[in-house]
Write a protein that binds this ligand. Structure first.
Ligand code: SF4
Ligand code: SF4
Length: 173
């Protein structure tokens, strides 16, 4: 059996306070809690006051290439931008990339030892737009790539393995 962690998002309850962005970026700052910067957050709130909507989106997988096509969403008769709800860290946009290094950001469910009772964005969402659930599913636990592995993979895809290895060798001299 494997444990599946789920953050449920109730868009109707989100008031756009952005507390989730602040705490996520602080938790992932180095040193931890030393700064807040929404651009470093693994959750971003799509904000459109004119259409009275706030949609939290959690950072998902890194993708090397942007999609060949695009999707347009119509919700309650309002049309939302292409890519608005996509979770990917993708070459076509700045979202879910570290603003300094350009490395991809991905939600890690605030994993640490000892484990937190709930992910921090859920704990800080006072309007209950975010709620947390764990369940068991058939199947083996998969080894998940760490942040370092995800970052290195994106650098290798962008610059090639040799350039990355040469740079690391030069830096470690
Ligand atoms: S903390 Fe909750 S209510 Fe505030 S922006 Fe994030 S999801 Fe929305
Ligand atoms: S679960 Fe943790 S890492 Fe993921 S978006 Fe929420 S605060 Fe950020």
């Amino acid at each position: 059996m494997k444990k599946v962690k789920v953050i449920k998002i109730d868009v109707d309850k989100c008031n756009g306070c952005r507390a989730c962005e602040a705490v996520c970026s602080a938790f992932h700052a180095t040193p931890k809690y030393s700064s807040t910067n929404p651009e470093r957050s693994r959750i971003r709130v799509l904000f459109d006051p004119l259409r009275d909507i706030y949609i939290p989106v959690l950072a998902g997988e890194y993708t090397e290439a942007e999609c060949n096509g695009r999707e347009l969403y119509t919700i309650d008769g309002k049309v939302y931008d292409e890519c608005s709800f996509c979770r990917a860290s993708c070459p076509s946009r700045k979202l879910f990339k570290d603003p300094d290094s350009d490395l991809p950001l991905k939600c890690d469910m605030c994993e640490e030892e000892p484990p937190l009772p709930e992910p921090l964005c859920v704990q800080w969402c006072l309007s209950d737009a975010l709620t947390y659930e764990e369940r068991e599913e058939e199947g083996e636990e998969e080894a998940k790539p760490g942040e370092l592995e995800i970052g290195l993979e994106s650098l290798v895809k962008k610059h090639g393995a040799k350039a990355v290895m040469d740079t690391v060798a030069r830096m470690s001299k």
